[in-house]
Design a binder for this molecule. Structure first.
Ligand code: SF4
Length: 382
């Protein structure tokens, strides 16, 4: 298959691994964060960590949209469907995320709430058109990749006067999260999570381009390589990062040139700018409140904003006591550090969000069984 098979070639992967092994300096270690769950998935699925020299350590980041959604927001969505009688439309992964009181959207549906799984927000528009007597809310989550389609849905609802449709907006932003990680005590002061560079997201960057990463590459002196999600993309990105570290460079490089430009997709960015504005602060699971890290619907589209229409009040909710998702999303712990990983918590019975989505670190490690036992405490720092 064009653009797939050639990026999964084992012989080339071993050649890249040999190049990385030649490149690493014996006196130092390399801690590289793959921000995105898609990269975590590729690293686990293809056993890439096993190909790397022991001195190269991959650290999981928070780039899984389902994983970073705080419990309180799922509770809000359940309340909309259960108590306000709306048709709540959302993507499949979101249905199984554990919420308060042992609930999830899936369980709420089993108890009679009208929760519907959709493949795109166009499906939610169609449901609203087909059922004009029902209020339909699209539970919108995700990073910059899924934001333009939500903007389009809002514009389409406005254009067609679809009065029974609204959006519960939970879209979040990648660069703000990376900055927050770099500012965290674990990275900045305590040195618990040493970070030498980032593998930047693929699909997010097709929309926003590579330019937004330039700020923290320069400001924090951390190299970034934007990479595709195939195994050879990831291996090439690791080689590029190791070279930057060795040469003392902190630049934004683009491995994913077949889809990402510096400017990104001007049309998609224009749609987002038309409909959304920055929130002052938004709670991320694992990261807590992150300033200017999420989007809200502009007041010009207030009639299509479920938060305003239903007066949704957000209440923070702590994670399940045993769950280490927060620490995993900050790169402080690994899935195997969680006492209930693979026992009480499995993809069939997830206790935390990282076990729900295939992009979640726990789900990826569980599915492919490829993980190193070293905890961050055992890592030697550069
Ligand atoms: S294994 Fe389950 S409970 Fe433990 S951190 Fe992962 S998702 Fe949370």
């Amino acid at each position: 298959m064009k653009y797939i098979d050639e990026f999964r070639d084992g012989a080339t992967a071993r050649t890249l691994a040999a190049a990385i092994a030649r490149e690493v300096r014996p006196e130092r270690r390399y801690h590289l964060m793959e921000f995105c769950g898609g990269h975590t998935h590729a690293i686990s699925r293809y056993g890439l960590a096993d190909l790397l020299p022991g001195s190269v350590e991959m650290v999981h980041g928070p780039g899984c949209p389902v994983c970073v959604l705080p419990i309180g927001r799922i509770d809000n969505a359940i309340e909309l469907a259960r108590d306000r009688g709306v048709v709540l439309c959302t993507y499949a992964d979101t249905m199984r995320v554990p919420a308060s009181e042992g609930l999830s959207l899936m369980k709420a549906k089993a108890r009679g709430a009208d929760v519907r799984m959709i493949y795109s927000c166009a499906d939610a528009l169609r449901i609203a058109r087909d059922e004009p007597r029902r209020e339909v809310v699209f539970f919108a989550i995700g990073f910059e990749t899924t934001t333009p389609p939500t903007a389009l849905a809002i514009l389409e609802a406005r254009r067609t006067g679809l009065a029974n449709f609204s959006v519960f907006c939970n879209h979040v932003l990648t660069p703000a999260a990376i900055t927050h990680i770099l500012e965290s005590p674990e990275v900045r002061d305590l040195g618990i999570v040493p970070l030498d560079g980032f593998i930047g997201p693929a699909h997010v960057s097709t929309v926003i381009g590579s330019q937004p990463y330039e700020y923290f590459a320069e400001e924090y002196r951390k190299p970034v390589v934007i990479a595709g999600f195939e195994p050879l993309d990831v291996m090439q990105a690791i080689l590029m990062l190791v070279r930057q570290v060795n040469e003392g460079r902190a630049e934004v490089e683009n491995e994913f040139t077949r889809a990402v430009t510096r400017e990104g997709n001007a049309k998609a960015k224009g749609l987002v700018a038309e409909v959304f504005e920055l929130r002052r602060s938004f709670e991320w699971r694992g990261l807590g409140e992150v300033p200017y890290s999420a989007l809200a619907i502009k007041s010009a589209y207030a009639d299509l904003d479920a938060e305003r229409r239903y007066g949704i009040a957000y209440r923070p909710v702590p994670d399940h006591k045993a769950c280490e998702c927060g620490a995993i999303l900050r790169g402080v712990k690994r899935p195997a550090d969680c006492k209930v990983f693979g026992t009480a918590c499995t993809p069939e019975n997830p206790l935390g969000s990282c076990m729900v989505s295939s992009e979640g670190a726990c789900a990826a490690h569980y599915a492919y069984g490829r993980f190193r036992s070293a905890t961050p405490g055992e890592r030697s720092h550069a």
